[in-house]
Ligand binder design. Structure first.
Ligand code: NDP
Length: 397
């Protein structure tokens, strides 16, 4: 029986609140806190169990610490934006409370993400006797757990890892992002990066593409090489991996819109002067694009996210693809959200459950692959994200 504060009442926060409420034997008390409390109240009204709400600016460490002192939670689940990671971690350190998030820290004025800022908290969390679980979404999150499971059960050595993220859904809008537009566009327009033979290799943004044949009737789709944060922790914790890459599908329509927006300067993150006032074009663009949470009732189709590993078992070559398929409309029926928020929010709840039930414990700051994958994999089947495995005795895609 534990109390949690969920910070952030966006698409993901909504799913985390619903899913925690479905597990009252672990999450006996839930507080949903965000910058706009009205959004918390709207989510609370969808849920049969009573959920407390609060207004918080999580960038304000003193205010965040005061909220934690008042509510006395066992864990803070951060599903606000990556910019809030460090202030919320500071508030957790100050109050001695465990921490979990789904995305690593990004400085607002530079489109760059890496774990160094959060790994730097390890000693302080350890000394304080608290635990921080980093990246407990789908990717990062489940993809880290899939890799740990592949390493534990399927391979003696993993040589190559490809993380592949496909959204085969349709929302019918001319252009929309399926999670926070600002964070999404910063990520997609960044230079590509992958790990090969002990070093990072860089590519121009979305310059490398190929076709991947997705299972269960989704079929062949074009996938684009991108940099994604879990690559950093996975190559650190699985040093045998010689090549690690991350791929995502995009429709031609999405890429055409993005190219035009970039060409006209609308994806810039530096301030420009407009009518005597400084505005950041990408933040303005976010304000006029569809709110991702409005896509819930519109989105049809499925997502498929998985890890394709090549390596050896008992001296023989082997290829294994472990993946989840998630249906947008089924997610909406259950929690009034599309599958992108669902596939992030469910693992955040499961990570919290792992911590609160003592199945994953440690003092310090941890990535998902550092713990036993088995109880998490079991919980995925139980809480709405069942996974499948395809195996082949060779090294073809
Ligand atoms: P949204 O933009 O829908 O929601 C973000 C929420 O955070 C909003 O409610 C916003 O408040 C709130 N917020 C923003 N700033 C503050 C602040 N200073 N203090 C308190 N609350 C604040 O984003 P999503 O729900 O789509 O994404 C949430 C997180 O999940 C992001 O970090 C994203 O990167 C991550 N993510 C991770 C994935 C994974 O698989 N690991 C996949 C998808 C997302 P307001 O309503 O007032 O704007």
């Amino acid at each position: 029986m534990a109390k949690v504060i969920i910070v952030g009442a966006g698409g993901v926060g909504q799913v985390v609140a619903h899913k925690c409420a479905q597990v009252p034997e672990v999450f006996s008390e839930i507080v949903l806190a965000s910058r706009t409390e009205e959004k918390c109240r709207r989510i609370a009204a969808q849920i049969a169990r009573p959920i407390a709400t609060a207004a918080i600016d999580a960038n304000d460490v003193a205010a965040m610490a005061a909220l934690i002192r008042r509510e006395r939670p066992d864990l803070v689940i951060n599903v606000a934006l990556p910019y809030q990671d460090l202030p919320i971690m500071d508030a957790c350190l100050e109050t001695g409370v465990d921490y979990l998030d789904t995305a690593n820290y990004e400085p607002p004025d530079e489109a760059k993400f890496e774990y160094s800022w959060q790994w730097a908290y390890h000693e302080r969390f350890a000394t304080r006797g608290i635990m921080g679980l980093l990246g407990s979404g789908f990717d990062p999150g489940v993809t880290n757990v899939f890799t740990a499971w592949l390493h534990k059960h399927e391979f003696d050595v993993i040589d190559e890892l490809d993380i592949i993220d496909c959204n085969a859904g349709e929302h019918g809008q001319p252009f929309a992002t399926n999670f926070n537009p600002e964070i999404n566009i910063r990520e997609v327009t960044a230079r590509g990066r992958f790990w090969e033979h002990g070093a990072w290799q860089e590519t121009d943004p979305l310059a490398v593409a190929r076709t991947f044949d997705f299972p269960e009737g989704i079929g062949p789709k074009k996938i684009y090489l991108m940099y994604h944060e879990e690559l950093e922790s996975l190559v650190k914790h699985f040093p045998s991996v010689k090549r690690a890459r991350f791929w995502m599908t995009f429709s031609d329509n999405y890429l055409n819109h993005l190219r035009v927006l970039q060409n006209v300067g609308m994806t810039r993150i530096d301030p420009v002067l407009y009518n005597g006032q400084e505005i950041v074009p990408l933040q303005f663009l976010k304000a006029v694009l569809p709110d991702p949470s409005s896509l819930g009732p519109l989105t049809k189709g499925r997502t498929c996210i998985g890890c394709l590993a090549r390596g050896t078992k008992d001296g023989r070559p082997k290829t294994v693809f472990v993946y989840n398929i998630c249906d947008h409309e089924a997610c909406y029926r259950e929690v009034q959200s599309q599958a992108i928020s669902y596939t992030t929010g469910v693992p955040a709840m499961i990570g919290a459950k792992m911590m609160l039930t003592g199945q994953w414990r440690g003092a310090g700051v941890f990535n998902m692959e550092q713990f036993d994958p088995d109880p998490f994999m079991e919980a995925l089947n139980l809480h709405g994200l069942p996974w499948q495995v395809m195996r082949r005795d060779d090294h073809r895609d």
